[in-house]
Design a protein around this ligand. Structure first.
Ligand SMILES: [Zn+2]
Length: 315
């Protein structure tokens, strides 16, 4: 991922340095806000490849800092920075961590997911600001295990999660959160413990959090992977995105697990619901991110469900 990002930056720099940029090629036409053609086109005059990129999600690697151990952040768009990511991602932080994102508006910022709790200092350092909300996608320890420590370090932090998972997170109920199953399966080490986070509050479906500057997050209830699972839909003036937790990944993949609260009918309904959202970028809880045309990932999952099947699971 990082290699691809830096390659793209080098190409962009070269294009920008050239007078007129891609001026030898006829500009790709866009219909309104949507930029429909996204694939490379062969430049007729010079035979070079012309890349068209939408103005929404902007890749900027200048915030990548690998000079500090564990201290890497990847700015994904104007508003979204990846501040933690574990072994099922980009190895920016503790291996147990999910992707944790910082989302900035003009007035405030929030974190989406907290990681497993062993990278809290790294997350705070990478954030470079004090978020006032932590939005949990669900209670599994790789996403919510760091909530208690973050709340300790940020006294004003509001921690929100889907109502069905609130008690488990508040009490550190390892059976409710399936930490016991994960430990038995070797996913979590024997000495791992989920720290209770009594400060957690329920977030209702449709709740909006205005970060300023036209940047708004909206909670979308998406049970199925786990009870209380919630995605967060991001609106900005330039693009829309979805923080999808463990509900859906690139390629329309999902995460089905033999856990007490993993429920197929609810999962299928959630996937169908998500596909109706207007989305340019997809920021899931693990694996790849998608910076353009992300609706295709949601449509792939929906289409599989419509055939009476469940999409391929990453777990
Ligand atoms: Zn999960």
């Amino acid at each position: 991922m990082l290699v691809l990002l830096s390659l793209w930056r080098r190409r962009s720099t070269r294009r920008a340095a050239r007078p007129g940029g891609d001026g030898c090629c006829r500009p790709v036409r866009c219909r309104g806000r949507r930029h429909v053609p996204e694939r490379s086109r062969r430049c007729r005059r010079r035979g070079r490849r012309q890349q068209h990129r939408p103005p929404g999600p902007v890749v900027a690697t200048d915030t990548v800092d690998r000079s500090r151990p564990g201290g890497a952040a990847v700015r994904l768009t104007d508003h979204v920075t990846l501040v933690a990511s574990g072994a099922a991602g980009f190895d920016l932080s503790d291996p147990l961590d999910c992707h944790a994102y910082l989302v900035r508006g003009s007035r405030r910022s929030v974190l989406v997911d907290a990681g497993a709790g062993r990278s809290v200092h790294s997350i705070l350092r990478n954030a470079g600001t004090e978020p006032d909300h932590l939005l949990l996608t669900h209670g599994h320890a790789d996403h919510a295990g760091g909530a208690a420590a973050l709340a300790e370090h940020l006294p004003g932090l509001r921690v929100l999660a889907g109502a069905a998972a609130v008690r488990w997170i508040a009490e550190g109920d390892e059976e409710g959160l399936s930490v016991d199953k994960g430990r038995a399966a070797g996913v979590y080490p024997d000495d791992y413990a989920f720290r209770p986070c009594p400060r957690v509050e329920p977030v209702a479906d449709g709740t909006e959090i205005d970060l300023g500057g036209g940047v708004v997050l909206r909670a979308v209830a998406t049970p199925g992977h786990a009870d209380g699972h919630t995605c967060y839909h991001l609106r900005t003036p330039a693009y829309r995105a979805l923080f999808s937790g463990d509900c859906v990944f690139t390629g329309g993949r999902i995460s089905l697990q033999n856990l007490h609260d993993c429920r197929v009918p609810e999962y299928a309904a959630s996937l169908t619901r998500l596909a109706a959202l207007d989305v340019d970028a997809l920021f899931p809880g693990h694996h790849e991110v998608s910076l353009a045309r992300a609706g295709r990932h949601l449509a792939a999952a929906r289409d599989t469900v419509a055939r009476g099947l469940m999409p391929r699971s990453t777990t």
